[in-house]
Design a protein around this ligand. Sequence first.
Ligand code: FES
Length: 631
Amino acid sequence: MTCRVTFIPDNLTVEADKHESLVTLAARGDIFLRGACGGAGTCGRCRVLLVSGSVVVRGEGDVHSPVEVLACRACPVTDVVIEIPDSARLGSHRVLIEEHGRGKLDEAPVSSKVALAPLYESVELTMTAPTLDDARDDWSRLQAELRKKAPGMNPLMTLGFARDLPQAARKGNWRVAVDLAHAGPFTELAGISTAGVSSPRFGLAVDLGTTTVACQLVNLSDGKTAASSGTYNRQAAFGDDVISRIIYATEEPGGLARLRHEAVATVNSLIEEMVKEAGVGYGDIRAVYVAGNPIMTHLFLGVDPAYLRLEPYVPAVNSWSPVQAGELGVRVHPRAWIHCAPGVASYLGGDITAGLVVAGLPETDELTLFVDIGTNGEMVLGNRDWLVGCACSAGPSFEGSGITNGMRAVDGAIEMVGISSGGYEVFWRTIGAVPPRGICGTGLIDALATLREAGVIDRGGRFVAGLDTPRLRTGLEGREFVLAWGSESGYGRDIVLSEADLNNLMRAKAAVFAGIRVMLNAVGLDASDIQRVLIAGGFGRYLNLAQAVAVGILPDLPVDRYSFLGNTSLKGARLALLSREVRDKVEEVAYSLTYLDLSTGTSFMDEFMLALFIPHTDMGLFPSVVGQGGD
Ligand code: FES
């Protein structure tokens, strides 16, 4: 038996099975709720109002309207009306789809001018006609021509191809077009037709992120992008970060299947949008390339990720074989091969290997630092001769989670903060220039730097005692600083930064910088030896570089050594769809990169402790910051 759940003010009604949580039901209608704790009921972010009807709340039993409930714990038992406040929403869809960041992406050696050798292509061949003197079978004749065209190819003939071969060859007077689907070590002969009759061929590039998923539909004949789209990963209803997803997958009955289903559903929703926009058929999409972190890749493929978080932290697979779309339920041609970019280790995955190729690290002579900061911080140092990499848990604060009024970088998020000396006056700028609803990662870094500069916090990231400003007060969870009063916010309540928030931020920034230091120490180099710093992903989109250096996240280097690359994972996936050279390079990077496991030994923890100051215990590492903040 089903009930009807109506969400307001959206006025959206969905049919519900009684065991489905309000978070899941809202996601079905493309309303994404915040869910930092993955349904454990501890973060309170998913609080909604039950306006009418009854729900059953896990651990509490039936509750009746009107009452506030945690959407992650509540399932409808009657028809219900649920009001979703802004504070419980993930915000409008704004996903970093565009490949270009700020600055100098096009200086990266791998540009869009790579030679076209797509994962699915059509080649035209002229077979020799059989005679009484040459009575070889059709297949042998075709193979001989294929070998001339593509030496070294390992063709795999399917039964369907064999059935079509004799007619197609004779109909075209031995001139044929053969569709080739490259699938790792072999090439499937996916179709044969008369030469000159070409059918549309598209590929799908996927950046499978923990928080967001971005896709591009690419014409494989000319490399042009036909459509792009991005949205939240529907798995977000089951936890904000990769660890809570692993726990859900391994500890909840049916959890792994559920997460796999949600990842595929997210991709399918984007495909639906793009095929409509581009006027392309689902069956015209003949190849898929996915770049994702190891946990997302395991979950997308339905492979148990349990051992990624258990010592000694090993993935089931780093280098994936392609699988056919029909097996996964991805809504493209059912026989299209889905390729996943290879990972390196448990927390360094295909999004990074693909991104490194786009960033040109395997080809540069310059010592380059590549940084991708999200919930995890992934960092790689090196050049054409060597690459070392590591990953640290930065916590979700840079993505606006795990912070009292944190939010993602969407409209209403404070992205810039200015504070007068002593903290009396505060001004801010929001994304979309609308009243503030919260603060995003880049706003948090800005706030940390400006609070320090104004002398409101000390070098350890704690509020200074004795400041005479009403903005510094004691809240329910200890001391807090009011960034925006309720009368100014688009949320009705004060937007604050608490001492616990500061602590989370300090730990996040220390983890990233410590990771960079561990890599430098491992190769016996100093930060000053780094010739280029490439920042990938959404983190760099609004980042104030000077502030990121001032708080000690990034090395104190001249600004012109920094570049912001945008979504390198998506660009890597797109180029891999189109270029054999790029695919080979991604494999090569995954194979040759030396991974430093930060959980072994003490060097990371030692560096982490040193970095728990603004900007660092060793001020000599931050010469341009010396003297800021009053000591
Ligand atoms: Fe619902 Fe945390 S309380 S997701």
